[in-house]
Write a protein that binds this ligand. Structure first.
Ligand code: PMV
Length: 324
C-alpha cells in the first residue's frame, strides 16, 4: 500500500523565533500564520522492506543532512507510537526548498499525516500538529488550513504546544505575492538562527514578553478582517524578529539588498493608498499580502525587476490532505 499526502506551506504573520525546549521543539512564543494554496509538498509513503528508511527528496536520494532530519523524526514517531516499520518516502516540493519559503512546514506536516495514515495510528488533528511540530515548529500550523495559531504551553510537556485554526481559508479573500530574490539554500538554518539569537541577542527577553500582545492583536484583526491592523502587527513582528536576529553575536542577516529595497517600496505603496503589507521569514524573500482582487496589479508592478528571480502567487489554502 502507498499513501499519498499533500500539505501546504504556511507563512507567519506573527513570528515564531526561539525555542523554549530545543529537544521537543517547544516554541518560546506563540505564532500566527496563513496556509498557502500554491506552495506544497507531495509525499508518497509505503512500508520499506530493506530494514531502513529509504528517502527520495525532490527527485534524488536524500543527502546526509536531509536523511538525518527526516529519519530522526521517523524514529521519534516509531518510539512514541510503538511502530516497528521502516518507511519508503518520496517527497517533492513545488517551490524552492530551504530558502525561507517554509518547505519544512509543508514537508513535516505531510510526513506526519502520511505516517499516521500508513501506520493506522489514527491520532487527532491536534496530536498530528504536535507530531509535525517535532519535525519543524512551523509544520504544526500546516496541519490546518486558513488562518492558524500555534499555542505555547509552559515547562517541558510536549502536549501543551499545538496549532489551532482561527478561521478557515474562505474567511478572508487575501492572496500573497512572493518575490523570490534568491532561491539558494540559506546559510543559517532557522534552528541555528533561533538558538544563536536566544543565546546572545540582548533583545531576546523583550521579544518573548512582547509577543503575547502581537498574538492578541493579529487574532482580532483576522477575525474582524481589519487589513490595516493586520498590516501593522505583521510588519512589526517581522522587523522585530529580524532586528532581534541581527542583534545576535555574530549578527544574523537573512536579507539581501533587494529585500531591503522591497521593504521600503511596500511601505511607500501602502502610504500611497495601496492595500499591501509584507512579511519575511528566515530568508531574503518578501511576501506581500493583498486582497485577491489586487493581486495581478501587484504582480505586474514587480515583474521584470532586477533582483527578483521569480514571483509566486498564492491564495489562502486548506490543511493537510490524504490524496490517495
Ligand atoms: O519551523 P522552523 O523551525 O523552520 O522555523 C520557522 C521560523 C520562521 O519561518 C522564521 C517564522 C515562522 O513562524 O514560521
Amino acid at each position: 500500500m502507498t499513501v499519498k499526502v499533500k500539505a501546504n506551506a504556511n507563512i507567519a504573520l506573527v513570528k515564531y523565533w526561539g525555542k523554549r525546549e530545543p529537544k521537543l521543539n517547544l516554541p518560546a512564543v506563540g505564532s500566527i500564520s496563513a496556509t498557502l494554496d500554491n506552495l506544497n509538498t507531495e509525499t508518497e509513503i509505503s512500508i520499506a522492506t530493506s530494514g531502513n528508511d529509504e528517502i527520495i527528496y525532490n527527485g534524488k536520494p536524500a543527502n546526509e543532512k536531509e536523511y538525518g532530519r527526516i529519519s530522526n523524526f521517523l524514529n521519534s514517531f516509531r518510539k512514541e507510537f510503538g511502530v516497528k516499520d521502516f518507511f519508503s518516502i518520496n517527497t517533492i516540493n513545488n517551490f524552492p526548498s530551504g530558502a525561507g519559503l517554509a518547505s519544512s512546514a509543508s514537508g513535516f506536516a505531510a510526513l506526519a499525516a502520511g505516517v499516521n495514515k500508513i501506520s493506522n495510528t489514527r491520532i487527532s488533528d491536534r496530536e498530528l500538529s504536535i507530531l509535525a511540530r517535532k519535525g519543524s515548529g512551523s509544520a504544526a500550523r500546516s496541519i490546518f488550513g486558513g488562518f492558524v495559531e500555534m499555542k505555547t504551553g509552559e515547562g517541558v510537556d510536549s502536549h501543551t504546544d499545538y496549532a489551532e485554526q482561527i478561521a478557515p481559508a474562505n474567511h478572508w479573500d487575501l492572496s500573497v505575492v512572493i518575490l523570490v530574490t534568491s532561491g539558494k539554500q540559506k546559510k543559517i538554518s532557522s534552528t541555528d538562527g533561533m538558538n544563536a539569537t536566544a543565546y546572545s541577542s540582548p533583545y531576546y527577553n523583550s521579544w518573548i514578553s512582547s509577543s503575547k500582545f502581537d498574538l492578541y492583536e493579529a487574532k482580532k484583526a483576522i477575525k474582524q478582517k481589519d487589513f490595516e491592523k493586520l498590516a501593522d502587527v505583521t510588519e512589526f513582528s517581522t522587523l522585530k524578529m529580524h532586528g532581534l536576529a541581527m542583534a545576535a553575536r555574530p549578527g544574523i542577516i537573512y536579507w539581501n539588498g533587494t529585500t531591503l529595497d522591497l521593504i521600503n517600496e511596500v511601505k511607500d505603496m501602502r502610504t500611497a493608498g495601496s492595500p499591501v503589507f509584507f512579511t519575511i521569514d528566515a530568508g531574503p524573500q518578501l511576501k506581500i499580502f493583498t486582497p485577491s482582487e489586487n493581486v495581478t496589479k501587484i504582480k505586474d508592478h514587480f515583474s521584470d525587476r532586477n533582483g527578483i528571480e521569480t514571483i509566486i502567487v498564492s491564495g489562502i489554502g486548506d490543511g493537510v490532505k490524504i490524496v490517495e
